[in-house]
Ligand binder design. Structure first.
Ligand code: PMP
Ligand code: GLN
Length: 389
């Protein structure tokens, strides 16, 4: 029999699915895969329900409903002062996952190089490789995950087509600073490169930090596409509504990719997200504030259980070093052990690296977008586990 595609034929199942299945199998609290345990805002869901009944329910326009593209353009202006032409510069996708695929398919040629910063979200590498392009990875160092500027500069070459930048960053919770973004921008100009900016956690940023889209820096408007996700912004991860904003010359090939990936996205969910993006500032501030309190609760619980807790300034995630608990195995073994014995699931950080030998193996990622009682119970279970082991 002939081999399947060399990238996907050799790929395992994503760690998020693996750990969620293990959590279910062992009746564990699932702090692995990142999803909230509430149902999302009532008014946004009511808007979707109304739109399903009222229709239309047939294929919406390929780039997205005008109402949502207008709302995405307005949100760019409102939150970042970015003027955006909703007709030429916005595309609605079935989640940020599709958006990432569309961008990489639309921009990469075989032989191009794409820079990723590790630890990196697990969908980036296989899609880049499936395009016949080469992944060039630059590792950020725990516990502070600073951007190693010399290594980054060395990663750029004449073949660099783009850098994939995720800020706020999964799994580290790092929010890139203006200085770091400026260094990236300088290298992009020097090497005539683009950036695909995965900004799905744009509204999940905690006190003392601000999300800065790379696109807002001088010279970057024409070189960046930025990706948002209603899943994160409205705590509706199952909806899979994403959106891309970028200059027309980049959006045109990206839309061509989209037309053959999904073509379009369920219209009722699009209208509800259009409504959601128009919610007032208190909604967005409330979301970040509530997650920040959960970050603090989880950090305290992990610390009390004996972990060394790493800082996290945004996203759903907090990482912790489990070595002080006396566990001597790998991060994957640790995450399995706590799922089975403590009945709390987490994600091993090494899953976010292409080369396991280059990955840290002492960190676990915990998802804290859960009800406070769940976080408190998970912390108590981890405390009891640490005392027992
Ligand atoms: N990028 C990052 C960094 C993520 O954590 C996620 C997680 N869901 C995605 C993209 C995909 O988002 P969506 O669910 O909208 O496809
Ligand atoms: N982004 C989510 C996480 O990092 C998972 C999404 C998925 O399961 N594909 O946990």
């Amino acid at each position: 029999m002939r081999p399947a595609n060399s990238v996907f034929g050799n790929l395992g199942t994503t760690i998020f699915t693996v750990m969620s299945a293990l959590a279910t199998g062992h009746g564990a609290i699932n702090l692995g895969q990142g999803f909230p345990d509430d149902e999302g805002p009532d008014d946004v869901r009511a808007a979707a329900a109304r739109a399903i009944i009222d229709g239309p329910n047939q294929y919406p326009p390929m780039p997205g409903l005008p109402a949502l593209r207008q709302a995405v353009a307005a949100a760019n202006q409102r939150f970042y002062g970015l003027p955006v032409d909703w007709q030429k510069e916005v595309l609605v996708t079935s989640g940020a996952t599709e958006a990432l695929n569309d961008c990489l398919m639309g921009l990469l040629n075989p032989g191009d190089e794409a820079i990723i910063l590790e630890p990196a979200y697990d969908s980036y590498r296989p899609i880049i490789e499936a395009m016949g392009a080469k992944v060039v990875s630059v590792a950020l160092e725990p516990p502070l995950w600073a951007l190693p500027l010399e290594k980054l500069a060395a990663a750029f070459s004449a073949k660099t087509k783009l850098i994939l930048l995720n800020t706020p960053m999964n799994p580290t919770g790092k929010v890139f600073t203006r200085m770091e973004l400026q260094s990236i921008a300088d290298l992009m100009v020097k090497h005539d490169a683009y950036a695909v900016c995965d900004e799905v956690y744009e509204h999940l940023v905690f006190s003392g930090h601000a999300h800065i889209p790379l696109m807002t820096l001088p010279g970057m408007r024409e070189r960046c596409v930025r990706i948002g996700s209603a899943g994160k912004t409205f705590s509706l991860t199952g909806w899979k509504i994403g959106y891309i904003t970028g200059p027309e010359h980049l959006m045109t090939p990206i839309m061509k990719a989209h037309q053959f990936v999904t073509f379009t996205t369920p219209p009722a969910l699009q209208s509800a997200v259009a409504f959601g993006l128009g919610k007032d500032d208190s909604y967005f501030a409330g979301l970040a504030g509530s997650l920040e309190a959960k970050r603090d609760l989880m950090a305290k619980g992990l610390r009390e259980a004996g972990f060394d807790v790493l800082p996290t300034d945004g996203t759903y995630f907090i990482s912790a070093d489990f070595r002080p608990l006396g566990f001597n195995g790998t991060d994957e073994e640790f995450c399995r052990d706590i799922t089975v014995k403590a009945k709390v699931a987490a994600i091993p950080l090494s899953a976010f690296y292409g080369n396991p030998a280059a990955a840290p193996h002492h960190l676990a990622r915990f998802c804290f977008c859960k009800q406070d009682v769940i976080l408190t119970e998970a912390s108590a279970r981890l405390r009891a586990y640490a005392a027992r082991e």
